[in-house]
Design a protein around this ligand. Sequence first.
Ligand code: HEM
Length: 396
Amino acid sequence: MTRRTLQPGIYYETEAIPHPSYRLVLLNVSEGAERRHVREALVALMEMLAGLGEGRLRSLEQQQAPASAESLAQYGGLDALIGYGRRLFDDAEHEPALTDAARPDFLSYLHEQGPFPALPWATRRRDAEADIALQLTGLNEAAVNCAAIEIWKLIRDQQLPLSVSESFEGYGRADKRGWLGFHDGVSNMGSGERLAALLASADPDWMRDGTYMAYLRIVVDLGVWEARSRAEQELIVGRDKLTGAALVAVARIEEKLVPVTGPAPDEEGTLAEGAEWRDPPQTTDVVLEASHIARANQTRASPAAPGSFRIFRQGYDFLEELCAEHVELGLNFVGFQRDLRVMQQVLHLPGWLGDANFGGLGDEAAIPLLTVVAGGFYAVPPNGERLPGAGLFGHI
Ligand code: HEM
């Protein structure tokens, strides 16, 4: 069996079910902080979070069973993952510089003018470009929210050279659907293929067998979406709304476009039949080619193949605001991949998502459905003994 090098919080293994509650806590290093102090501060945070997952709280150190069992029920299973952003490597932001380590080529800031050619910023923007990202995933909302506050308290109590710059929440749904009403995550690669999509190379060497995280907090314009008929929605996504099956053809009946799916595999259907049902066939139909799933996965090749650009998606929906006049909701798009070039290609290349905001009905490729509230790329080094990526801050 191969050693698990990926940090906890990436649920790629066979049968793994992502924890349903999500919180991203973004941290910046205080001005003038020395490297070794930053490293010690991060070790303290990661140890505190690991303790929480085992039901140990700093403020309740003396507690014995059964009280400690209550803490375990509250925090048990909490997963904390640490990533390092472009800003950590930015000498203009840090005097003295925080690291001498090589920055991965595609660990970049998102563009000010617009993060991607067909995916604009939202009017109300927030900042997700930080030195450090801590992804907290847990079994309930209380666990991730209280853990975030434990981070804030530890920084304050021990005067650690860090500050919380932003935080974003999200949740998973039991029915595995998202705001569009469709299943999300239907096609996320067979579990045997996922490591090939995830594991980073040794360039730079400190990232060997780690991975990269792309975080995009994307607002969905529900008004635009709901104005579409079910058939139109299915053509835009490329799947049947009820079953999640890939569309195999588009019938033209009395000038109307009608989505067509293949027969679903029955109870005894083999895995291969299941994959066929999930994966759309090769097509030359312009409408199918323009759909979201056809654009987001053009080649249908295995993640190991060059040019396949596969992303392991682990998204969490959010509801930010709800009143009579306004609703703001969407998806925390969390993608893990072996190289951030993959994300850039998928969201820049024409025919992929470089020239469509989500997907479209053939020539009507630019349905203005999505805007980005905040986003950032993070390097997620392999599991380390005390702190993944500790070597960034010099020798221990
Ligand atoms: C709010 C934004 C988004 C929503 C609501 C959304 C929704 C969906 C839905 C409903 C599916 C079909 C179900 C499935 O196959 O899992 C899907 C598939 C997919 N989406 Fe998105 N998506 C969003 C943004 C993005 C972005 C920004 C990317 C790429 C960077 C992306 C990449 C993919 C990929 C790779 C697939 C699987 C295609 C396949 O292999 O069949 N999505 N998405």
